[in-house]
Design a protein around this ligand. Structure first.
Ligand code: CA
Length: 236
């Protein structure tokens, strides 16, 4: 299952927007372009991207104002923001980071640097969106080949169970509420009952088998957690 990360590019200079779009598309990203703050806000209301590339100097509201607003809003506050700017002064860098930007690229930039920084914020803020294999204990998941194994034994998972396990493995040892799992695994703007999560957790445990299945703990009144610290595994 290849998940192409979505990038919202807010940039009013067509040549730069085009350069970014060509390079990111070529490297497996899905692009949305916005030329000003109003259309950026519209795009954001529509679909939540995985990363925002935000130009500082825009017609209308500046990138700085937008970054502050998006950071303050519960729906957008955890979307990584990389500021693009011709300003390289230290004071500006501080202002950008203060406004909630995760990183900062000064124009002119190389496309290699751009890619490296986009991948770095994704890895930091949304590791489940970066391709590759993940290991938690004896559980191994490869998101490129869509394979899951436990103690080197291949397991068969349905697509939703795979996504759910992917999320739990990239955020292991933490408790996730049902509503958070719905948001992160089923996606934004999807209205499904929280009970659905329980159904898929049950299926996932069954697919994992008795040993690996125990790694998914039900935390009463809170949600679910993937852990290598289960009593069953420790005492086994
Ligand atoms: Ca500009």
């Amino acid at each position: 299952m290849r998940h192409e990360p979505r990038v919202l590019v807010v940039e009013d200079e067509p040549a730069i927007a085009e350069l970014i779009a060509i390079n990111l598309r070529h490297n497996g990203f899905r692009l949305t372009l916005a030329m000003d703050s109003a259309s950026a806000q519209r795009e954001l209301d529509e679909v939540l991207p995985d990363v925002i590339l935000l130009d500082w100097m825009l017609p209308g509201e500046s990138g700085l104002v937008l970054a502050k607003r998006w950071r303050a809003h519960p729906r957008t506050k955890s979307v990584p923001i990389i500021m693009l700017t011709a300003r390289g002064e230290e004071m500006d860098r501080v202002a950008g980071l203060d406004a909630g930007a995760d990183d900062y690229i000064s124009k002119p930039f190389s496309t290699k640097e751009l890619l490296a920084r986009v991948r770095a914020v994704l890895r930091r803020r949304a590791p489940e969106r970066v391709q590759g294999s993940i290991a938690v204990g004896a559980l191994l998941l490869d998101s490129e080949t869509y394979r899951v194994s436990f103690n080197e034994q291949m397991l068969k998972l349905g697509p939703t169970e795979f996504k759910l396990l992917h999320y739990l493995m990239t955020h292991s040892e933490r408790v996730h509420s049902r509503s958070k799992l719905l948001d992160r695994v089923w996606g934004d703007h999807v209205f499904i009952e929280e009970r659905t999560v329980d159904v898929h957790v049950k299926r996932l445990r069954e697919a994992l088998g008795p040993n690996a299945g125990r790694m998914i703990e039900t935390v009463r009144g809170a949600g679910y957690r993937l852990t290598t610290q289960t009593e069953a595994l420790v005492s086994a």
